[in-house]
Ligand binder design. Structure first.
Ligand SMILES: Nc1ncnc2c1ncn2[C@@H]1O[C@H](COP(=O)(O)OP(=O)(O)OP(=O)(O)O)[C@@H](O)[C@H]1O
Ligand SMILES: [Mg+2]
Length: 251
């Protein structure tokens, strides 16, 4: 279980007398196996929040805990898909995908057949030996997603993972993520700008206010699973969407 207790994060930058408060008084409890979508305006602290759960940043006040223990550093049970593509430029597609596995269990721990399978699922066949600069942005992001999924982490922290993908690939990736989630049941924290995506994927949608980001709404999505894309046409779906947009764009 992940718990955030009254978490505030302020950044103190050189040359700025006032600290910049990124997130403020955020309290959240995320159960094991839960899929939580996070939406909010640009700059409201979504990445900051994820970074604290990942253990890259410490809160200024409050606590971020995993199973009751304060998170102080990154750990192998938490995999991150960054907002910016974050591949190792000198490594090939295959090497990048296997990288997490290699860190966890050494070169001999890399399961080549699993890498191959992931290459296929991600539609990267034929590009195994390419290096990141030879790939499109969307392909780079798929490699990064593959790398995060390879180790079958208990917790997946995904920061707008599908933002750079075209609609078709995006919906394939969504389906793949849901299939994987159904089987492995990782806890997922999924940041997205796309309200439809947030509702379609999540058990819950956490809506953040403008900076300093606070939890403006925490909405449980009671839509049956498996969720097919045509669910977005249903009245219940539209209703969820409307309620979230009312918070995001008050008029
Ligand atoms: N390392 C840092 N040092 C100083 N300020 C930072 C740092 N990281 C983030 N910020 C500031 O904190 C605020 C929140 O940033 P963050 O990246 O968490 O927002 P976000 O919700 O992820 O935005 P976006 O949707 O555009 O990705 C911003 O004002 C940003 O400038
Ligand atoms: Mg961000």
């Amino acid at each position: 279980m992940i718990t955030l207790e009254d978490v505030t994060k302020a950044y103190f930058s050189r040359g700025h007398r006032e600290p910049l408060v990124a997130v403020q008084h955020v309290s959240l409890t995320i159960a094991d196996g839960e899929f939580v979508s996070i939406v909010g305006p640009s700059g409201c602290g979504k990445t900051t929040l994820l970074n604290m759960v990942a253990g890259f940043e410490a809160p200024t006040q409050g606590q971020v805990m995993l199973d009751g223990t304060v998170i102080r550093r990154p750990g192998p049970e938490r995999a991150v898909v960054f907002q910016q593509p974050s591949l190792l430029p000198w490594m090939t597609v295959e090497e990048n995908i296997a990288f997490g596995m290699m860190l966890a269990s050494g070169r001999q721990g890399v399961d080549a057949s699993k890498v191959k399978e992931m290459v296929e699922v991600m539609g990267l066949q034929g590009f195994e030996s390419h290096r990141p600069y030879q790939l499109s942005g969307g392909m780079q992001q798929r490699v990064a997603i593959a790398r995060a999924l390879m180790t079958e982490p208990r917790i997946l922290l995904m920061d707008e993972p599908f933002g750079a993908l075209d609609a078709q690939t995006r919906s394939e990736m969504q389906r793949f993520l849901l299939d994987l989630w159904k089987v492995n049941r990782p806890t997922v924290l999924f940041v997205t700008h796309d309200v439809e995506e947030a509702v379609l994927l999540g058990d819950r949608v956490v809506v953040m206010s403008t900076r300093p980001g606070e939890v403006a709404m925490d909405l449980t999505i009671e839509l049956p699973r498996p969720r097919h894309w045509d669910l977005v046409l249903s009245g219940t779906f539209t209703d969820y969407k409307r309620r979230i947009l009312a918070v995001l764009r008050p008029s």
